[in-house]
Design a protein around this ligand. Sequence first.
Ligand SMILES: Cc1cc2nc3c(=O)[nH]c(=O)nc-3n(C[C@H](O)[C@H](O)[C@H](O)COP(=O)(O)OP(=O)(O)OC[C@H]3O[C@@H](n4cnc5c(N)ncnc54)[C@H](O)[C@@H]3O)c2cc1C
Length: 259
Amino acid sequence: MFGSRSNIGWQVASVAAVKRETGDVKTFMLEPEGGPMSFVAGQHIDVRLTAPDGYQAQRSYSIASAPERPGCIDITIELLEDGEVSPYFHYVVEPGDQIEFRGPIGGPFTWRARKGTRLLLIGGGSGVVPLMSMLRHRVASEKAVEVPAVLLYSSRTDHHIIYRGELADMDAADEDLKVIHTLTRHQPPGWTGRRRRVDLEMVRDALGVLGDLGDADGGEVLCYICGPSDFVENSAMFAVELGIAAENVMTERFGPTGT
Ligand SMILES: Cc1cc2nc3c(=O)[nH]c(=O)nc-3n(C[C@H](O)[C@H](O)[C@H](O)COP(=O)(O)OP(=O)(O)OC[C@H]3O[C@@H](n4cnc5c(N)ncnc54)[C@H](O)[C@@H]3O)c2cc1C
Protein backbone atom coordinates (compact mmCIF):
# COMPACT_ATOMS: atom_id res chain seq x y z
CA MET A 1 0.00 0.00 0.00
CA PHE A 2 1.26 3.43 -0.91
CA GLY A 3 1.20 6.45 1.42
CA SER A 4 2.43 10.01 1.00
CA ARG A 5 5.74 11.65 1.96
CA SER A 6 7.26 15.05 1.20
CA ASN A 7 10.73 15.82 -0.17
CA ILE A 8 12.49 18.82 -1.67
CA GLY A 9 11.00 19.65 -5.10
CA TRP A 10 7.79 17.86 -4.31
CA GLN A 11 4.66 19.38 -2.88
CA VAL A 12 1.53 18.00 -1.28
CA ALA A 13 -1.99 18.46 -2.56
CA SER A 14 -5.17 17.36 -0.87
CA VAL A 15 -7.84 15.59 -2.86
CA ALA A 16 -10.87 17.89 -2.78
CA ALA A 17 -13.20 15.69 -4.83
CA VAL A 18 -13.30 12.61 -7.04
CA LYS A 19 -15.61 12.44 -10.06
CA ARG A 20 -16.36 9.39 -12.20
CA GLU A 21 -16.14 10.29 -15.90
CA THR A 22 -16.63 6.84 -17.51
CA GLY A 23 -16.52 3.21 -16.34
CA ASP A 24 -12.71 3.30 -16.21
CA VAL A 25 -11.87 6.99 -15.92
CA LYS A 26 -12.02 9.28 -12.90
CA THR A 27 -11.13 12.93 -12.33
CA PHE A 28 -9.30 13.91 -9.13
CA MET A 29 -9.52 17.55 -8.04
CA LEU A 30 -6.30 18.45 -6.23
CA GLU A 31 -5.79 21.49 -4.04
CA PRO A 32 -2.05 22.27 -3.68
CA GLU A 33 -1.44 22.84 0.02
CA GLY A 34 1.17 25.51 -0.84
CA GLY A 35 -1.48 27.63 -2.53
CA PRO A 36 -2.57 28.14 -6.17
CA MET A 37 -0.25 26.76 -8.87
CA SER A 38 0.06 28.78 -12.09
CA PHE A 39 0.27 26.66 -15.22
CA VAL A 40 -0.33 26.75 -18.97
CA ALA A 41 -2.96 24.62 -20.74
CA GLY A 42 -1.27 21.43 -21.96
CA GLN A 43 1.15 21.02 -19.06
CA HIS A 44 1.25 18.02 -16.74
CA ILE A 45 2.26 17.17 -13.19
CA ASP A 46 4.19 14.20 -11.86
CA VAL A 47 2.65 12.33 -8.96
CA ARG A 48 4.65 10.10 -6.64
CA LEU A 49 3.42 7.30 -4.41
CA THR A 50 5.54 5.91 -1.60
CA ALA A 51 5.01 2.52 0.05
CA PRO A 52 5.79 1.97 3.76
CA ASP A 53 9.00 0.12 2.77
CA GLY A 54 10.18 3.20 0.82
CA TYR A 55 9.37 1.86 -2.66
CA GLN A 56 8.23 4.71 -4.89
CA ALA A 57 6.29 4.89 -8.15
CA GLN A 58 6.03 8.06 -10.19
CA ARG A 59 3.77 8.85 -13.17
CA SER A 60 2.85 11.91 -15.24
CA TYR A 61 -0.72 13.19 -15.51
CA SER A 62 -1.89 16.04 -17.71
CA ILE A 63 -3.81 18.86 -16.13
CA ALA A 64 -7.42 18.82 -17.29
CA SER A 65 -8.65 22.05 -15.74
CA ALA A 66 -8.20 25.60 -17.04
CA PRO A 67 -5.28 27.80 -15.95
CA GLU A 68 -7.87 30.35 -14.89
CA ARG A 69 -8.53 28.06 -11.88
CA PRO A 70 -5.01 27.70 -10.37
CA GLY A 71 -6.18 26.79 -6.86
CA CYS A 72 -7.75 23.51 -7.93
CA ILE A 73 -5.90 21.24 -10.36
CA ASP A 74 -7.91 18.46 -12.02
CA ILE A 75 -6.21 15.32 -13.28
CA THR A 76 -8.15 12.64 -15.14
CA ILE A 77 -6.85 9.09 -14.87
CA GLU A 78 -7.74 6.03 -16.93
CA LEU A 79 -7.63 2.76 -14.99
CA LEU A 80 -5.14 0.18 -16.25
CA GLU A 81 -6.01 -2.89 -14.17
CA ASP A 82 -2.47 -4.33 -14.33
CA GLY A 83 -0.85 -0.95 -13.60
CA GLU A 84 0.80 0.32 -10.45
CA VAL A 85 -0.38 3.89 -10.06
CA SER A 86 -3.74 4.20 -11.84
CA PRO A 87 -5.39 1.37 -9.77
CA TYR A 88 -4.20 3.08 -6.58
CA PHE A 89 -5.99 6.25 -7.64
CA HIS A 90 -9.12 4.39 -8.71
CA TYR A 91 -9.46 1.98 -5.79
CA VAL A 92 -7.79 3.77 -2.88
CA VAL A 93 -7.69 7.56 -3.23
CA GLU A 94 -10.62 9.42 -1.64
CA PRO A 95 -11.50 13.04 -0.90
CA GLY A 96 -9.36 14.29 1.99
CA ASP A 97 -6.30 12.17 1.04
CA GLN A 98 -2.93 13.79 0.39
CA ILE A 99 -0.99 13.26 -2.83
CA GLU A 100 2.63 14.15 -3.53
CA PHE A 101 3.21 15.96 -6.80
CA ARG A 102 5.58 18.28 -8.62
CA GLY A 103 5.00 20.64 -11.49
CA PRO A 104 3.77 22.13 -13.64
CA ILE A 105 5.94 20.45 -16.28
CA GLY A 106 6.02 20.77 -20.06
CA GLY A 107 7.01 23.37 -22.63
CA PRO A 108 6.20 22.76 -26.30
CA PHE A 109 2.84 21.07 -25.74
CA THR A 110 1.17 24.17 -24.35
CA TRP A 111 -1.32 26.68 -25.66
CA ARG A 112 -1.79 30.25 -24.53
CA ALA A 113 -4.76 32.25 -25.80
CA ARG A 114 -3.75 34.03 -28.99
CA LYS A 115 -6.07 35.55 -31.56
CA GLY A 116 -5.34 35.08 -35.25
CA THR A 117 -4.86 31.32 -34.97
CA ARG A 118 -7.00 28.23 -35.48
CA LEU A 119 -6.82 25.17 -33.27
CA LEU A 120 -6.95 21.61 -34.53
CA LEU A 121 -6.97 19.25 -31.53
CA ILE A 122 -6.66 15.51 -32.12
CA GLY A 123 -7.08 13.21 -29.11
CA GLY A 124 -7.10 9.45 -28.65
CA GLY A 125 -8.59 7.98 -25.43
CA SER A 126 -7.28 9.74 -22.33
CA GLY A 127 -5.17 11.87 -24.69
CA VAL A 128 -8.14 14.21 -24.66
CA VAL A 129 -7.15 15.39 -21.16
CA PRO A 130 -4.65 18.20 -21.98
CA LEU A 131 -6.81 19.16 -24.98
CA MET A 132 -9.70 19.63 -22.55
CA SER A 133 -7.56 22.04 -20.54
CA MET A 134 -7.01 24.00 -23.78
CA LEU A 135 -10.75 24.01 -24.56
CA ARG A 136 -11.61 25.08 -21.01
CA HIS A 137 -8.96 27.81 -21.28
CA ARG A 138 -10.49 28.84 -24.60
CA VAL A 139 -13.86 29.30 -22.89
CA ALA A 140 -12.46 30.97 -19.76
CA SER A 141 -10.17 33.39 -21.56
CA GLU A 142 -11.84 36.26 -23.41
CA LYS A 143 -8.85 36.46 -25.78
CA ALA A 144 -9.07 32.82 -26.74
CA VAL A 145 -12.76 32.45 -27.34
CA GLU A 146 -12.48 33.98 -30.79
CA VAL A 147 -10.08 31.25 -31.85
CA PRO A 148 -11.91 28.75 -34.10
CA ALA A 149 -11.31 25.21 -32.87
CA VAL A 150 -12.03 21.63 -33.89
CA LEU A 151 -11.56 18.64 -31.61
CA LEU A 152 -11.25 15.31 -33.41
CA TYR A 153 -11.65 12.75 -30.63
CA SER A 154 -11.19 9.00 -31.01
CA SER A 155 -12.68 6.63 -28.42
CA ARG A 156 -13.18 2.87 -28.36
CA THR A 157 -16.96 3.03 -27.78
CA ASP A 158 -19.45 5.71 -26.76
CA HIS A 159 -19.07 4.52 -23.15
CA HIS A 160 -15.40 5.50 -23.31
CA ILE A 161 -15.98 9.15 -24.29
CA ILE A 162 -14.52 11.29 -21.49
CA TYR A 163 -16.16 14.68 -20.73
CA ARG A 164 -18.95 13.75 -23.14
CA GLY A 165 -21.61 16.07 -21.72
CA GLU A 166 -19.31 19.05 -21.28
CA LEU A 167 -17.96 18.66 -24.82
CA ALA A 168 -21.51 18.52 -26.21
CA ASP A 169 -22.43 21.65 -24.25
CA MET A 170 -19.32 23.50 -25.45
CA ASP A 171 -20.04 22.53 -29.05
CA ALA A 172 -23.69 23.59 -28.80
CA ALA A 173 -22.89 26.93 -27.15
CA ASP A 174 -20.19 28.08 -29.55
CA GLU A 175 -20.47 28.34 -33.33
CA ASP A 176 -16.67 28.56 -33.63
CA LEU A 177 -16.13 25.18 -31.95
CA LYS A 178 -16.85 21.76 -33.43
CA VAL A 179 -16.34 18.41 -31.71
CA ILE A 180 -16.02 15.43 -34.08
CA HIS A 181 -16.19 11.98 -32.48
CA THR A 182 -15.00 8.74 -33.97
CA LEU A 183 -15.63 5.33 -32.34
CA THR A 184 -13.14 2.63 -33.27
CA ARG A 185 -14.54 -0.59 -31.76
CA HIS A 186 -18.30 -0.39 -31.39
CA GLN A 187 -20.90 2.15 -32.42
CA PRO A 188 -24.36 2.28 -30.80
CA PRO A 189 -27.48 2.14 -32.98
CA GLY A 190 -28.13 5.51 -34.58
CA TRP A 191 -24.52 6.68 -34.19
CA THR A 192 -23.94 9.49 -36.68
CA GLY A 193 -20.27 10.15 -35.95
CA ARG A 194 -17.24 8.53 -37.58
CA ARG A 195 -16.68 4.76 -37.22
CA ARG A 196 -13.00 4.04 -37.69
CA ARG A 197 -9.52 4.96 -36.51
CA VAL A 198 -8.28 8.43 -37.32
CA ASP A 199 -6.94 8.41 -40.87
CA LEU A 200 -5.83 10.92 -43.49
CA GLU A 201 -9.37 11.51 -44.78
CA MET A 202 -10.70 12.15 -41.29
CA VAL A 203 -8.00 14.72 -40.54
CA ARG A 204 -8.63 16.29 -43.97
CA ASP A 205 -12.36 16.58 -43.12
CA ALA A 206 -11.59 18.06 -39.70
CA LEU A 207 -9.29 20.61 -41.31
CA GLY A 208 -12.07 21.47 -43.78
CA VAL A 209 -14.54 21.99 -40.91
CA LEU A 210 -11.96 24.21 -39.15
CA GLY A 211 -11.53 26.25 -42.34
CA ASP A 212 -15.28 26.98 -42.39
CA LEU A 213 -15.32 28.36 -38.83
CA GLY A 214 -14.67 31.99 -37.90
CA ASP A 215 -13.53 34.67 -40.35
CA ALA A 216 -12.70 33.62 -43.87
CA ASP A 217 -9.18 35.12 -43.62
CA GLY A 218 -8.54 32.63 -40.82
CA GLY A 219 -5.08 32.50 -39.36
CA GLU A 220 -2.43 29.83 -39.09
CA VAL A 221 -3.44 26.39 -37.85
CA LEU A 222 -1.93 25.14 -34.59
CA CYS A 223 -2.34 21.38 -34.21
CA TYR A 224 -2.07 19.57 -30.86
CA ILE A 225 -2.14 15.77 -30.86
CA CYS A 226 -2.21 13.57 -27.77
CA GLY A 227 -2.80 9.88 -27.09
CA PRO A 228 -1.07 6.51 -27.43
CA SER A 229 2.27 6.61 -29.27
CA ASP A 230 1.12 5.03 -32.55
CA PHE A 231 -2.00 7.23 -32.65
CA VAL A 232 0.14 10.35 -32.20
CA GLU A 233 2.71 9.35 -34.80
CA ASN A 234 0.09 8.59 -37.45
CA SER A 235 -1.99 11.70 -36.75
CA ALA A 236 1.07 13.97 -36.87
CA MET A 237 2.07 12.45 -40.19
CA PHE A 238 -1.41 13.13 -41.59
CA ALA A 239 -1.37 16.73 -40.31
CA VAL A 240 1.95 17.48 -41.99
CA GLU A 241 0.90 15.67 -45.16
CA LEU A 242 -2.16 17.94 -45.29
CA GLY A 243 0.01 21.04 -45.23
CA ILE A 244 0.16 22.08 -41.57
CA ALA A 245 3.65 23.43 -40.89
CA ALA A 246 5.65 20.81 -38.97
CA GLU A 247 6.62 23.40 -36.33
CA ASN A 248 2.89 23.97 -35.70
CA VAL A 249 2.23 20.29 -34.96
CA MET A 250 2.72 19.69 -31.22
CA THR A 251 2.56 16.14 -29.85
CA GLU A 252 2.34 14.40 -26.49
CA ARG A 253 2.57 10.60 -26.11
CA PHE A 254 0.89 8.91 -23.16
CA GLY A 255 1.70 5.25 -23.45
CA PRO A 256 2.30 2.18 -25.55
CA THR A 257 -1.11 0.82 -26.51
CA GLY A 258 -3.50 1.67 -29.38
CA THR A 259 -7.03 3.07 -29.10
C1 LIG B 1 3.21 13.63 -20.27
C2 LIG B 1 2.25 12.52 -19.91
C3 LIG B 1 0.96 12.83 -19.52
C4 LIG B 1 0.07 11.81 -19.17
N1 LIG B 1 -1.21 12.14 -18.84
C5 LIG B 1 -2.11 11.17 -18.55
C6 LIG B 1 -3.48 11.51 -18.25
O1 LIG B 1 -3.87 12.68 -18.26
N2 LIG B 1 -4.33 10.48 -17.95
C7 LIG B 1 -3.92 9.16 -17.94
O2 LIG B 1 -4.74 8.28 -17.65
N3 LIG B 1 -2.63 8.83 -18.25
C8 LIG B 1 -1.73 9.80 -18.53
N4 LIG B 1 -0.42 9.45 -18.81
C9 LIG B 1 0.00 8.04 -18.65
C10 LIG B 1 0.39 7.81 -17.18
O3 LIG B 1 1.59 8.53 -16.89
C11 LIG B 1 0.66 6.34 -16.84
O4 LIG B 1 1.56 5.81 -17.78
C12 LIG B 1 -0.60 5.49 -16.81
O5 LIG B 1 -1.53 5.99 -15.84
C13 LIG B 1 -0.26 4.04 -16.47
O6 LIG B 1 0.35 4.00 -15.20
P1 LIG B 1 0.16 2.71 -14.26
O7 LIG B 1 1.17 2.85 -13.17
O8 LIG B 1 -1.25 2.52 -13.88
O9 LIG B 1 0.54 1.51 -15.22
P2 LIG B 1 2.01 0.86 -15.40
O10 LIG B 1 2.32 0.07 -14.18
O11 LIG B 1 2.97 1.94 -15.80
O12 LIG B 1 1.78 -0.05 -16.67
C14 LIG B 1 0.89 -1.19 -16.64
C15 LIG B 1 0.71 -1.74 -18.03
O13 LIG B 1 0.07 -0.80 -18.87
C16 LIG B 1 0.90 -0.42 -19.97
N5 LIG B 1 0.75 1.05 -20.08
C17 LIG B 1 1.46 2.00 -19.41
N6 LIG B 1 1.01 3.23 -19.72
C18 LIG B 1 -0.02 3.07 -20.57
C19 LIG B 1 -0.92 3.95 -21.24
N7 LIG B 1 -0.85 5.30 -21.08
N8 LIG B 1 -1.86 3.43 -22.04
C20 LIG B 1 -1.96 2.10 -22.18
N9 LIG B 1 -1.16 1.21 -21.61
C21 LIG B 1 -0.19 1.68 -20.81
C22 LIG B 1 2.28 -0.84 -19.59
O14 LIG B 1 3.04 -1.17 -20.76
C23 LIG B 1 2.02 -2.05 -18.73
O15 LIG B 1 1.78 -3.20 -19.50
C24 LIG B 1 0.48 10.45 -19.20
C25 LIG B 1 1.79 10.15 -19.58
C26 LIG B 1 2.67 11.14 -19.94
C27 LIG B 1 4.07 10.78 -20.36
